[in-house]
Design a binder for this molecule. Structure first.
Ligand code: XMP
Length: 324
């Protein structure tokens, strides 16, 4: 067997050999893989040479940007590039309701913003680091050892940046020998909080695909608030770790409700919670009814724009985990 300590040692050696004293850029999503990759880079190389770029799309979860900055600083980040790209993402999305058009718009903006910000903040040559896991290599069908075209994050698939760096041999993937559970162990060893290490997956397009129909800043704010109450309650009630992925979805439906004597039309919010091994198939989480009812009341009490809460009882297949 091998120990995680030994892995960290070997990875550090490999990184030093490959990168030397050059700059390394890592795009941070806030998820487990990119955070652990960042922690490993910072531990292995001179933090002065490491550039961690996080892009706030305006479709992030509540306080996400602040939390990500704080976590990376704790890990010793010196060049933290927190990019406020909210207007650049939300502007082009105005009036777009079709799910694939939304994804395409968000993906295109990612490419544009990355290029703009790299040009602004990084001079000269640099390596691009990615949080690719062993399973990402296998799933891509390329196998280990032949990494041509093997790419991890959905929004970076086939981007000119990744393709270009790969051609130059300027890609580093320090997690490429690890499975997800090993990445989690490594994360804990690097001192990353359990709350981050055991985080549910979150899609690249963010809340943009959890707001059904067109995306506005106002809807992002409403969903952010509701989602944060939901997730916080799952933690408090000891349910979070029993669920593979949980989130809220804002529907483009207004339903009638009563407050005092008035009839009001509020948004409908759907709660989703599934159990799964890999996201390929998923079963509905057998949610304790009492918790579900209490969480529903908390949300409608605290988020005045939401008038009704429903629980999604569909498995995958035939449904997908996300609604779009
Ligand atoms: P579905 O909805 O296809 O989701 O059952 C399976 C897993 O993939 C995530 N997902 C995405 N991740 N960009 C991403 O980075 C996307 O466009 C995207 N769509 C779905 C989803 O959250 C689930 O974990």
């Amino acid at each position: 067997g091998w120990s995680m300590d030994k892995y960290v040692e070997d990875a550090a050696e490999r990184l030093k050999k490959q990168v030397g004293n050059e700059k390394v850029l890592l795009l941070i999503s806030g998820g487990v893989d990119s955070t652990v990759a960042g922690g490993l880079l910072l531990k292995s190389l001179d933090p002065k040479n490491i550039y961690l770029m996080y892009i706030d799309t305006g479709m992030m979860r509540k306080n996400e940007t602040e939390k990500v900055s704080e976590n990376l600083k704790k890990l010793g980040a010196e060049n933290l590039l927190i990019i406020d790209a909210r207007d650049r993402f939300l502007g082009p999305l105005e009036g777009i309701s079709d799910p694939e058009t939304k994804r395409k718009s968000i993906g295109d903006t990612f490419i544009r913003v990355q290029e703009e910000e790299i040009a602004k903040h990084i001079s000269g040559d640099y390596f691009l680091a990615q949080g690719t896991l062993y399973t990402d290599l296998i799933e891509s069908g390329k196998g280990v050892g032949n990494k041509a075209g093997v790419i991890k994050s959905h929004h970076n698939v086939g981007t000119p940046l990744v393709e270009g760096k790969r051609k130059e041999g300027k890609i580093v993937e320090p997690l490429d020998m690890l499975y997800k559970d090993e990445v989690r162990r490594l994360g804990l060893l690097l001192g990353i909080e359990e709350k981050i290490v055991y985080r549910h997956p979150f899609p690249g397009p963010g809340l943009g695909i959890r707001i059904i129909g067109d995306v506005t800043e106002e809807k992002c704010d409403i969903l952010r608030e509701a989602d944060s109450i939901y997730i916080e309650e799952l933690h408090k009630r000891g349910l979070y770790s029993r669920i593979w992925q949980a989130f809220a979805v804002l529907l483009p439906v207004r339903s009638v409700g009563v407050t005092g004597d008035a009839r009001e039309y509020g948004y409908v919010l759907a709660l989703r919670a599934v159990v799964s091994h890999d996201g390929m198939t998923a079963d509905v989480f057998d949610f304790p009814t009492k918790d579900l009812l209490e969480i529903s009341s908390l949300i409608t009490n605290k988020v005045k724009e939401i008038g009704r809460v429903v629980y999604d009882i569909s498995s995958k297949p035939p449904s997908t985990i996300e609604w779009e």
